[in-house]
Every structure is written in structure tokens, then in C-alpha cells.
Design a protein around this ligand. Structure first.
Ligand SMILES: [Zn+2]
Length: 263
């Protein structure tokens, strides 16, 4: 594994360990001891399958695109001289906005939703939910993000920082943890918090179709998809999708097949 890969893996493993420990010490919702082994096997199983599938393929697509764009003078920042730090910052903000729209489209376009519903049919919400994605969605996302890397002419290091932030924030905002309300309010001005993202995993569809943000919370406010809290009590709300609560929708093989099921 190269230096970038090791750095990203180190950051990911550290944040995963911190969140899992935090959930164990101070869980917000009661921990589902019975369902957890199946859920964690499914969620981390998906992570391992996606990691194996992307290892030698699209896993490096974004970095390779950034290097290639730099060598060939392609993309906005390779054509217009902007100080490196500012260019990196803008690249991160633009990529976060692009991924907000990617996420929103996976809820709107029926074909994309078939794959994205794997993420939403988790009946609980904890750090493992952050890695519950169908491998096809992971591969498609790498291609989508690479297009924006090329468009911006993002620096390879900005890509490494962005990707680390994206996976780090996913682990953070799927945590079964809770901040005191005033602190959560303060954080929410800038970034997506677990209390904000939990709304997105409500089984009430109007709430599922809200709070699409990953890192910055501004996109949901700007594009009018922000819901402050669920109609039900945030603590006791039902998580998941009503039509996919059976055991067939929860196993590793079951979720791999879920996009191809009728309806
Ligand atoms: Zn979603």
C-alpha cells in the first residue's frame, strides 16, 4: 500500500475506534445487542467486499485523475494560478457540494435508489452504518467524484484530505452518540452532526429525503432539504425502511441482492 493509502487507512481506523468506544461508553439510543452481530457482519462485510473490489481498480481513480490533470494542465486550478492552500480549500468545498448532489440524486432516481436503499435499510444507526454501501454505489461514486476532480483540476493532496474528511465525517455523523443541544446547535452551523444526520435515517420518507449533507451543513440549508429534528422523539424514532425490515434484507447476501429485488 502506498503512503497515501496508509495515511487514509490510519485516519479511518482511528476515527472508527474512537466512535465505537464512544458508542460503547455513552450510547444515545439503547444498544441492540441481539441484532448487532448480524448488522455488523453485514455492514463491515460490505466494507471488505468494496475494499477488495476497488483496491486495484477505482480505489485510486481520484488520485490518478488529479495527477493526470496536473500533468496535462487540465481543470480550472491547472489553468488559473491560485495559491495552493486556497485551491485546496475550494476543491474540498466543491467536492462536498458535488457529493451532496450525488446523495440527493440517489434518493430521486429510482435506479440509484435501488442501490442506495442498502444503506437505508439498516434498522439501527451506529458507526457501522457509515460503511453500509452496496459495492456498485461505491464504484459509481468514485467515477462521479473523479469527474469533479478533473473539472476543478484538484491537487492530489487536496483529494487525499477530502477523502479522509469524507470517510471521517461519515463515521462521526453516523455515531450512536449525542451532544448536549447547545453544543450540537453550535457545531451544526458549520458541519453535519450525528443528531442532524440521524433524521436522514428515519423511516418517515419526508425525513429520509432530507439532510443529505456529508461534511458541511450549509448545502441542506441552501438547497432547502434541511430538517431540524424528527416529528417523533429523536431518541425513540424508528430507523430504517418499512418495506425492508425482514431478515432477508439484513444479511450480507441479502443486501448484495437487494438492488435487484422486485419491486
Ligand atoms: Zn441517503
Amino acid at each position: 500500500m502506498d503512503q497515501n493509502g496508509l495515511l487514509r487507512l490510519g485516519i479511518f481506523a482511528t476515527i472508527l475506534a474512537v466512535m465505537a468506544l464512544w458508542e460503547a461508553v455513552a450510547p444515545y439510543r439503547p444498544r441492540e445487542a441481539v441484532r448487532r452481530p448480524v448488522r455488523w457482519l453485514t455492514n463491515f462485510g460490505l466494507l471488505l467486499i468494496s475494499a477488495a473490489l476497488t483496491r486495484f481498480t477505482v480505489g485510486a481513480a481520484m488520485i490518478a485523475t488529479a495527477i493526470w490533470a496536473g500533468q496535462n494542465g487540465l481543470g480550472v486550478f491547472n489553468l488559473v494560478g491560485v495559491p495552493a492552500f486556497l485551491a485546496g480549500l475550494i476543491a474540498i468545498v466543491v467536492l462536498d457540494c458535488a457529493v451532496y448532489w450525488q446523495h440527493r440524486l440517489t434518493h430521486i432516481v429510482p435506479l440509484f435508489w435501488r442501490f442506495h436503499r442498502v444503506h437505508h435499510c439498516d434498522v439501527e444507526f451506529d458507526v457501522s452504518t457509515a460503511v453500509r454501501f452496496h459495492p456498485v454505489e461505491i464504484i459509481a461514486s468514485a467515477g462521479y467524484k473523479s469527474f469533479f476532480v478533473l473539472l476543478i483540476g484538484a491537487d492530489p493532496w487536496a483529494v487525499v484530505v477530502y477523502e479522509s474528511m469524507l470517510s471521517g465525517f461519515a463515521l462521526f455523523n453516523h455515531g450512536n452518540v449525542h451532544f448536549p443541544a447547545p453544543f450540537d446547535r453550535m457545531l451544526r452551523v458549520l458541519v453535519v452532526t450525528p443528531d442532524m444526520h440521524r433524521v436522514h435515517h428515519s423511516s418517515v420518507m419526508t425525513e429520509t429525503n432530507s439532510n443529505y449533507g456529508n461534511i458541511l451543513s450549509v448545502w441542506d440549508r441552501l438547497f432547502v432539504s434541511y430538517i431540524d429534528h424528527t416529528k417523533a422523539n429523536d431518541h425513540d424514532m424508528q430507523i430504517g425502511l418499512d418495506e425492508f425490515r425482514d431478515s432477508k434484507s439484513q444479511s450480507l447476501l441479502g443486501v448484495l441482492w437487494l438492488p435487484f429485488r422486485l419491486p
